[in-house]
Write a protein that binds this ligand. Sequence first.
Ligand code: 5GP
Ligand code: ZN
Length: 113
Amino acid sequence: MSDDCLFCRIVAGDIPADKVLENDHVIAFRDIAPKAPTHVLVVPRLHVPNVAELAATDAALLAHMAAAAQQIADQECDGEFRWIFNTGAKAGQSVFHVHGHVLGGGELGWEPA
Ligand code: 5GP
Ligand code: ZN
């Protein structure tokens, strides 16, 4: 838990979020600025800065994130979804607590949302 991390504060319940799923490993909540009809962020409870570090240190937790993403897509978009991990500021990462963007619920073009 890091006091200056937005997603740690959401995990801790200090900042409200529109949650769609939560279990022992992850929480998932709607992005505040949605880019698709379904735009949910899947966030591990553990603070890890990015997906590569998570894969290297806790691959099972990454698998829990994937399972959560599929569950959300099953609930909201016929099981079909795009999963994006912005990694690094130049790639658009603005919160350095790993999160997968689950996008779906419409015809998604190839251009990243
Ligand atoms: P990144 O740019 O790091 O890949 O994704 C961060 C995402 O968090 C952005 O899509 C942004 O809209 C979203 N976001 C930023 N602040 C908040 C917030 O306070 N609540 C929620 N639900 N989403 C947020
Ligand atoms: Zn954090």
